[in-house]
Design a protein around this ligand. Structure first.
Ligand code: ZN
Length: 461
């Protein structure tokens, strides 16, 4: 069975950043069979199912290489409560804790995140979290390609960015290692190979040298991807200096944790020596531009890139919109470089697609070429903000919106088609997520009215 999208514009994100006009792309099974001028591709596949691609463009799907899907729960609460960049540091990413949810409730918040991800053209997700087994089945059903990285730590009674003494808990570490093993046994390679399981160390100030070494051993044995929050906030840097007398990336190098299949998230509060170490290890960096901007921090992307890192992109908390992340990344890096031409839109597109796939260990995804995985999106281009359609890479990176995404395909299967997500009951999930979040925050506010609640909250009962 062959499917051909024809009469369309194709942004390939290949080595030459080729853009094809009046083109067609043929898909057979889970792979791209052909890409080229419509007049060449169509006659080769008589009897193929045709999808009219006029007034549309085909792009590779986005890879979100750092997110926590259930954190949609904190939307509207955490965005303006970032920790300080200067001492005193007290730990945690918000002075308000996340309310406790049941496994079922957490799963609904993850489904909400997955809906937003699909609607913004995401096809691959690196999810980081503790206890991912509980929502794995629902995540498999979304149709997204997912790398589930189960989070481990062995510091008791503290959160990221707390320079108080490191209270080591052997038990916490063991529990994490067991969770990784269980998730891996249950889900790695499942859902026609769309789901894989990786290993996450929470952060350098949450993991002892012994745990970091064991996690890296486990990762190598499972032949998978590792990830960590790295140089995320200044409190973390202060904590690692207090605990280890080293900077966070130096500490990871001491523990043998830096390697080419590492996705290091954030990399913002870094000195050049650390950027050099990460580049020397050929690690990938998750540039989480929108949350970085919200926190008032920025990684030095051009430096990390020049030192040898692969730059991918992620949304991190409270949002899953990769269109916004791509554009914010381009904007932030231009401001930081004081350069109105670089990075180019083609480069930002590559960060958000192909590089992210490479970081997730899928080098034949995230760019459109014969033989590659059929993970792609169809966007509407007959929109006031995209016409005239003279230069689609520039137009979409600079002006595109998540709402332009009309259809999303993973492994040759539509998971969203003509504006409708096919793999989830969207209205039911929206209703449930609203109910769950309102109740959970309502309970917490009733218990803790003293916390710095944002102004203008809706009634929470
Ligand atoms: Zn994160």
């Amino acid at each position: 069975m062959t499917l051909i999208i024809h009469g369309t514009t194709i942004l390939t994100a290949d080595d030459a950043d080729r853009v094809l006009h009046g083109a067609a792309i043929a898909i057979e099974g889970d792979r791209i069979a052909a890409i080229g001028p419509e007049a060449e591709v169509l006659p080769r596949y008589p009897g193929a199912t045709l999808v009219d691609g006029r007034d549309r463009a085909v792009l590779p799907g986005f890879a979100n290489i750092h997110t926590h899907l259930h954190m949609t729960l904190a939307r509207g609460i955490f965005e303006d409560l970032s920790p300080p960049h200067r001492p005193p540091f007290c730990g945690g990413l918000s002075p308000i804790p996340l309310p406790a949810l049941s496994v079922e409730e957490t799963t609904v918040m993850c489904q909400l995140g997955a809906l937003e991800a699909i609607r913004s053209g995401t096809t691959a997700v690196l999810e980081d979290g503790a206890g991912l087994l509980g929502s794995a089945e629902a995540m498999a059903a979304t149709g997204l390609r997912m790398l589930l990285t189960e989070r481990c730590w062995d510091r008791a009674g503290a959160n990221i960015g707390d320079p108080s003494p490191f209270d080591h808990s052997e038990r916490l570490g063991e529990q994490g290692l067991e969770r990784v093993a269980r998730l891996h046994a249950a889900w790695n390679g499942k859902a026609e190979g769309r789901l894989r399981v990786g290993v996450s160390a929470w952060a350098p100030d949450m993991c002892s040298p012994g745990l970091l070494r064991r996690l890296e051993e486990l990762r190598a044995r499972l032949d998978t991807i590792g990830t960590i929050h790295l140089n995320q906030i200044w409190g973390e840097v202060a904590a690692v200096q207090a605990h280890r007398g080293r900077l966070p990336t130096e500490y990871l190098e001491d523990c043998g944790f830096l390697q080419p299949r590492l996705v290091a998230a954030h990399c913002r509060c870094m000195v050049h020596q650390e950027e050099r170490l990460l580049g020397k290890a050929r690690a990938s960096v998750a540039f989480n531009s929108a949350i970085a901007a919200r926190r008032g921090l920025s990684p030095r992307i051009s430096v990390l890139q020049a030192e040898g890192c692969t730059i991918g992109m992620g949304t991190d908390n409270m949002a899953e919109d990769m269109v916004e992340v791509m554009r914010t990344g381009l904007f932030m890096e231009r401001i930081r470089r004081e350069d109105g031409r670089n990075p180019a839109p083609e480069e930002a597109l590559r960060w958000a697609t192909r590089n992210g796939y490479a970081a997730m260990g899928v080098p034949d995804g995230g760019w459109l070429a014969p033989g590659n995985r059929a993970d792609l999106i169809l966007i509407r281009t007959d929109r006031p903000h995209l016409v005239p359609r003279l230069n689609m890479a520039s137009a979409f990176v600079h002006q595109g919106q998540a709402a332009d995404v009309e259809s999303v395909m993973v492994d040759g299967q539509w998971i969203m088609r003509e504006g409708r997500v096919l793999t989830m009951d969207e209205p039911a999930i929206l209703r449930e997520a609203e109910r769950i979040a309102t109740r959970a925050w309502g309970r917490l506010r009733a218990e803790r009215p003293d916390l710095p609640w944002p102004p203008g909250l809706a009634p929470l009962d």
